[in-house]
Ligand binder design. Structure first.
Ligand code: CTP
Length: 386
């Protein structure tokens, strides 16, 4: 989910620093590039080596660290490439520095120089938290664009049970996801997507296939998931990294795809058939065909998966692969298969990261999209559908 996002995690001198290790681990699991910046006091509580190992990146403990010999101004280069800075745990001292524009260590310097989204998780003794000076500084940092998370009530290092505990790492991670990811406008939707090209066996060795790479279907799955949908991806012979957090069902033939689609159909709000389904399979499959001077294969039709679906209240989307009369043929398919939307495209798009398509809706309106990344087209398809 957080692939491609750079996060600076500031760790200050509070016993909750050990929980920052869990935070790094969870953020890494989600695909984020995490850079840990520690104050000297933070580094006394948990060793930088722990964070270095978990994050896979050098840990910044001072601005002149040997780790950054090639980058004379790491507080600028790092803080500028970050999508988000989170200080967790944040002591009263660090909150005071950030609130008042003081920059006497690597973390406070980065906090001043970044334009990234800012989250801060205070953790301290309850009386310190209630102190008016701290309260005033917290008010200031909020005005400066920092979002606070916690502290919460619970057992404190001093033994008391009161307010002052750092929010749990999972709660902080959930907030980071909300801050970094776009609005979850498809949350609550269940989307079934097919991708790739089916293979129909000729004999136990050979098969009929097509040139579909699965990139379009995978791009739609990624985008739908990114926008909060629950995604089931039925993939036929695709050799691409599996999108994070989707339910993947691998199939080979049209018949297997039909079974997988039917198996996941009832819970779906929408079905997007981006797969190139073979229209024919070999009749009477047998053992390996021997070399001959001439061979005739008898073919029979495969099931038309999309046409067989009982629409009910679901949204159905098809792709029309046409070499001629793209829009007219696509419109005919939209009606024949009772679809809400059809994406007309040509064979040039096979295997490429970009595509040129037209979207045709139920009213027969056709929109030609310019050549664009498949991720962008995926987004436009979902916009047109919901
Ligand atoms: N489709 C399907 N089952 C099939 C063939 C196609 O579900 N056996 C789906 C495809 O996934 C696509 C849409 O129907 O979303 C249109 O596919 P396309 O190959 O363009 O059209 P066909 O209906 O197969 O017609 P033709 O090959 O004659 O153009």
């Amino acid at each position: 989910m957080l692939k491609g996002k750079t996060i600076i995690l500031g760790v200050t001198g509070c016993i909750a620093a050990y929980k920052a290790a869990m935070l790094v681990s969870r953020l890494k699991d989600l695909g984020a590039d995490v850079w840990v910046v520690m104050t000297k006091e933070g580094a006394q509580l948990v060793g930088p080596l722990t964070f270095r190992t978990l994050s896979g990146n050098p840990v910044v403990t001072d601005l002149y660290s040997q780790e950054f010999q090639n980058s004379p101004v790491p507080h600028i280069s790092l803080s500028q490439k970050a999508d988000l800075i989170v200080i967790a745990p944040a002591t009263a001292n660090m909150i005071g520095k950030v609130a008042n524009g003081l920059a006497d260590d690597a973390l406070s310097t980065m906090a001043l120089s970044t334009t990234a989204k800012k989250l801060i998780a205070p953790a301290m003794n309850c009386e310190m938290w209630r102190n008016q000076a701290v309260a005033a500084n917290v008010e200031k940092i909020v005005k400066l664009g920092w979002e606070t998370i916690g502290p919460v009530e619970g057992k404190l290092a001093c033994g008391e049970s009161d307010i002052g505990r750092m929010s749990e790492p999972e709660v902080i991670v959930a907030r980071i996801i909300e801050l970094l990811l776009p609005p979850q406008d498809l949350k609550g939707k269940n989307i079934l997507i097919t991708a790739g090209g089916t293979r129909e066996a000729i004999d136990p060795v050979r098969y009929i296939a097509n040139r579909s790479s699965g990139k379009m279907g995978y791009a739609i799955a990624n985008e739908a998931r990114r926008r909060g949908a629950a995604v089931t991806l039925v993939a036929a012979n695709v050799d691409l990294p599996v999108p994070a957090d989707v339910r993947l069902v691998k199939v080979e033939s049209a018949q297997e795809m039909l079974a997988a689609v039917n198996g996941h159909y009832s819970g779906a709000d929408a079905v997007i058939m981006a797969a190139a389904v073979a229209d024919f399979k070999v009749k009477n499959q047998r053992s390996k065909i021997k070399k001959t001077s001439e061979l005739t294969l008898e073919l029979e039709e495969t099931p038309d998966i999309l046409k067989s679906l009982k629409k009910g209240g679901k949204k159905l989307v098809g792709f029309a692969l046409e070499t001629d009369d793209q829009v007219a043929n696509a419109k005919r398919k939209l009606e024949e298969k009772n679809l809400d939307l059809i994406v007309a495209n040509g064979p040039d798009n096979f295997g490429r990261d970009q595509a040129r398509v037209s979207l045709i809706d139920r009213q027969g309106r056709s929109t030609d999209l310019p050549l664009a990344e498949k991720a962008e087209i995926a987004s436009r398809i979902l916009d047109a559908l919901f």
